[in-house]
Design a binder for this molecule. Structure first.
Ligand code: HEM
Length: 521
């Protein structure tokens, strides 16, 4: 009986809350227009048309109908959806002081991370200090120190892919996690520690995806619910449990990293991980130990899944486009020959950089972007954008713009290499690259791991193509096992669902070189 009363009270409170949002919604000031968009219903807006997964597909359909910037109301919140790079830059980058906030996600940010997650943090002092601290180790210059680690891990990755390609998801993820742990904490994993760490990181990333998903928790629509006593609010016990799990992992990494740093006597000669920046200048970041643990933990989270999803999409592209694989391999054979690829090859491998860039245009890792929030009323070309609007940079639609990307559905790296395409840039020793590429977001919120991701993708693709070819897998009757053109996981950060492919060694001598270099025999 009690629970029926409680549920009824909650339902009434929910309706009142929605009604309040509806009544207090900002009215469009005189002389300004509302952005175009679906009309929806009073109070609930367009929620009934809004899919729980792959919302960026629906946003793309709406943008075809309503234009490159439109609005959609959902349960009292205005969502502004941008499908054009120039508009995204005008608003999110050039007006960064107004558009660098995040929408409030109570379960993920307040209850699970206890205001620690950098990616879901509002635009406040903690976020500014955290971004400043992160940048010390994630710039191009700072990352050069880690070249040898990245080359070695890429070599290990390819060696293990050759041994057992069915583990490809784990192996791409292992590359990202081992590199991130070195760059952030200077932590090397022993072979028997790897699985345990990867499992923990994967669980934390799953929590982020799940608790950050729109509509997953009622408390995100009615923040006052977070003040209910725990016995009435089971989500609070869940949040506590999830917090304990992720924070104890982040805290242990931090404590262990500090001890390790102090016990080293040749620190000056070693590459500077983020942990060193913290320990040697502890007072200068204006961040508590809790906050440092979370800044570094969020970076570890952000770097896990993303680069690995892009590598999986790369293998998918090579499955569908063997001609491009041949072009990449020809370039590598000509430039690199029978030594391992290295970062010094960067200027001479434009085709490698073109397939890398085309992969994340063709199959963006974060297709719907991560929403920003308008912190004050704004106008754009006579349209009104109210304070509090959630602003989505819909990469999925941006990358299908036929004017910028002719024949956008096709994987065509030529668009980065041939002056006849609008996206071509010279010199080819520098371009294509991923700097300022919309796949990494916009303005002050742009992905802090962009350079690390770019370097990882470059060396992973170079190493893989130097030694191997991605091949179609055949079944027992010799028939090619089909692989769908587009079969992607739901969620904010997405990669292809598992698919069948083989990797074939191109040259036994190169396999021997790689084996010797990684010290595996
Ligand atoms: C292919 C790889 C990657 C892609 C496509 C990617 C994409 C993105 C995007 C689209 C955003 C949101 C930007 C915005 O709000 O406008 C973002 C944010 C973020 N990324 Fe990445 N990312 C990648 C790799 C990484 C790596 C390697 C790291 C860590 C080393 C990282 C850490 C983060 C963090 C911490 C944020 C939140 C930043 C903030 O809110 O201020 N990402 N990323």
């Amino acid at each position: 009986m009690l629970s029926v009363c409680v549920l009824a009270a909650l339902a009434i409170a929910a309706s009142m809350w929605r009604l309040r949002l509806f009544i207090t919604a900002r009215k469009t000031p005189g002389g300004l227009k509302d952005l175009p968009g679906p009309k929806g219903y009073p109070i609930i807006g367009s929620i009934l048309e809004f899919p729980k997964t792959f919302s960026y597909h629906k946003f793309k359909d709406w943008s075809d109908k309503y234009g490159p910037i439109f609005q959609v109301k959902i349960l009292g919140t205005t969502h502004v959806v941008i499908s054009d790079v120039e508009i995204a830059n005008d608003l999110l980058a050039l007006r960064g002081s107004c558009y660098s906030d995040r929408p409030r996600i109570v379960m993920l940010h307040e209850l699970v991370s206890r205001y620690g997650n950098l990616g879901s943090s509002p635009q406040n002092e903690y976020w500014k200090n955290g971004r400043k601290f992160s940048s010390t180790t994630l710039s191009s210059n700072a990352l050069e120190q880690w070249s040898a680690v990245q080359v070695n891990q890429a070599a290990r990755l390819v060696y293990d892919l050759v041994s057992d390609v069915s583990k490809y998801e784990y192996l791409f993820e292992r590359y990202s996690a081992t590199v991130a742990l070195r760059v952030l904490y200077n932590k090397s994993l022993s072979r028997w520690e790897e699985k345990e760490h990867l499992d923990k990181i994967a669980a934390i990333v799953r929590t982020l995806e799940r608790t950050g998903a729109p509509g997953a928790y009622l408390v995100d629509f009615m923040p006052l619910l977070k003040y209910l006593p725990s016995w009435l609010a089971p989500f609070k016990a869940e949040a506590n449990r999830l917090h304990e799990f992720e924070y104890s992992y982040f805290r242990n990494l931090l404590v262990e990293g500090q001890q390790h740093f102090r016990s080293e006597n040749d620190n000056a000669k070693r590459p500077q991980a983020l942990i060193q920046a913290y320990v040697s200048n502890k007072g200068s970041w204006n961040l508590s130990d809790f906050e440092i643990a979370y800044v570094m933990g969020t970076l570890l989270e952000g770097g896990s899944g993303t680069t690995s999803s892009a590598m999986q999409s790369y293998c998918l592209a090579m499955w569908h486009y063997p001609d491009w694989q041949k072009k990449v391999q020809d370039e590598i054979d000509r430039v690199v020959g029978d030594r391992l690829p290295s970062f010094d090859d960067w200027p001479d491998l434009p085709t490698v950089r073109a397939v890398m860039k085309e992969t994340i245009r063709w199959r963006p890792v974060v297709p719907g972007g991560i929403p920003h929030r308008a912190t004050k009323d704004d106008t754009y070309n006579g349209f009104f954008i109210p304070e509090g609007a959630t602003v989505h940079a819909n990469q999925y639609a941006m990358f299908k713009n036929e004017a910028t990307y002719p024949d956008a559905e096709a994987f065509n790296p030529e668009r980065w290499l041939n002056p006849n395409y609008p996206t071509y840039q010279e010199p080819l020793t520098q371009y294509p690259n991923l700097k300022r590429f919309p796949a990494f977001g916009f303005g002050r919120r742009i992905c802090p791991g962009l350079v690390l991701a770019e370097r990882s993708l470059f060396i992973e693709i170079s190493m893989l193509m130097w030694l191997c070819s991605v091949r179609k897998k055949v079944d027992e009757e010799g028939q090619v096992i089909p692989v769908p053109w587009y079969d992607y996981k739901p969620g904010n950060n997405t990669g292809p669902n598992r698919f069948d492919f083989e990797v074939e060694v191109r040259d036994e001598q190169r396999l021997q070189i790689l084996t010797n270099v990684v010290g595996i025999s």
